[in-house]
Design a binder for this molecule. Structure first.
Ligand code: AVJ
Length: 324
């Protein structure tokens, strides 16, 4: 399962096309209908997401980056020497680099991503720029359990870096499940550095997910385009409308695609009926308080050691230690 690729061995554990089809059919068969947001990120979807990150309304990326720029050395000190740094998502390499640049004698960098292309590109470039750090990409769905690769040098401990508030895509139950894999993965002495978007006023949040230019709408609709292209679907993209609403009670943005009129769409020979106004739920983006998130993580055996925020308390980066 290891492939030689531009000098970095890639462990390929990615789900196959059949799984995409199963997930789509399963989601559209449920009531209410839903589609997994992890499928947003094909090449076009990843490009659209990059554009979202540049939007004035989308405060998350630039705020997290500012926090990283200001506090990377403190974070690196928290993580400690000799680490195997495991990143969930091969991510914007700027944040990763800030961390790698400040870490004391890191042993290995392990990006874990479902998108093989993205992973290979990031891994190859980082391997080039950091000749003293072993780069060991793993192509996998990090919501499932997986094993860490072996590095030539033995790390003193492993730490997961999970930036970007991607954890917000999961319901608290799912987040707990994911977090509960981290303690056994990293073992005693291990850690987690995670970026979390914070609860704030509704206007700021809703604007971030319904931008004036309509980039987020295109990003959302791209999921249907992808189903059309890869699974032989016949969704009419102009017959679905992007919707983003902040549910304050549950602390989450709910994104969906709303059917404009009663219509059918076919996917791989199966027909699905959409009533007028019926919504396909495509994504959740949960917002936390620092205390709320620390409480959740505590249930997974992770203890909050430190956290860093911006002046406006929009976003937080939290460091947890594995406790046993
Ligand atoms: C990549 C999950 C952090 O929830 O803000 C952005 C995805 N969706 N705009 C988020 C997203 C619509 C994003 N995360």
């Amino acid at each position: 399962m290891y492939e030689e690729h531009q000098g970095t061995a890639l462990l390929d554990l990615k789900p196959q096309a059949a799984v995409f089809l199963d997930d789509v059919v399963e989601g559209l068969s449920q009531s209410p209908k839903c589609l997994p947001c992890k499928y947003f990120y094909d090449e076009r979807g990843s490009q659209l997401f990059d554009r979202i990150c540049e939007l004035d309304e989308y405060y998350l990326t630039r705020t997290e980056l500012a926090i990283m720029r200001q506090f990377a050395s403190e974070m690196a000190e928290q993580i400690g020497p000799g680490v195997m740094l495991v990143e969930y998502g091969s991510g914007s390499s700027i944040k990763t680099r800030l961390l790698l640049d400040h870490l004391p004698d890191p042993v290995a960098y392990v990006p874990v991503d479902i998108s093989q292309d993205h992973l290979e590109q990031t891994a190859a470039v980082l391997a080039d720029d950091y000749p003293n750090i072993e780069v060991l990409p793993v192509c996998a769905d990090f919501t499932k359990e997986f094993d860490l690769p072996l590095s030539v040098r033995e790390p003193s401990h492993a730490a997961v870096y999970f930036p970007g508030s991607t954890i917000g895509n999961f319901t608290p139950d799912e987040a707990l499940e994911l977090l509960s894999h981290i303690a056994p993965l990293c073992g005693t002495g291990g850690g987690l550095l995670i970026g979390v978007d914070l609860q704030k006023d509704l206007e700021t949040i809703e604007a971030a997910y319904d931008d004036a230019e309509g980039v987020t709408a295109d990003f959302n609709l791209n999921l249907l385009r992808r189903i059309n292209e890869e699974l032989g679907g016949d969704f009419r993209l102009d017959q679905f409308r992007h919707r983003a609403v902040y549910n304050r009670r549950l602390g989450r943005v709910e994104l969906g695609l709303v059917s404009q009129g009663r219509q059918h769409a076919e996917v791989a020979g199966e027909s699905f009926l959409f009533e007028d106004g019926e919504e396909i739920r495509t994504e959740y983006s949960h917002k936390y308080t620092v205390d709320g998130f620390a409480e959740l993580a505590a249930e997974a055996g992770l203890t909050l050691r430190r956290h860093w925020t911006d002046e406006d308390l929009r976003f937080a980066v939290l460091h947890f230690a594995v406790v046993d």
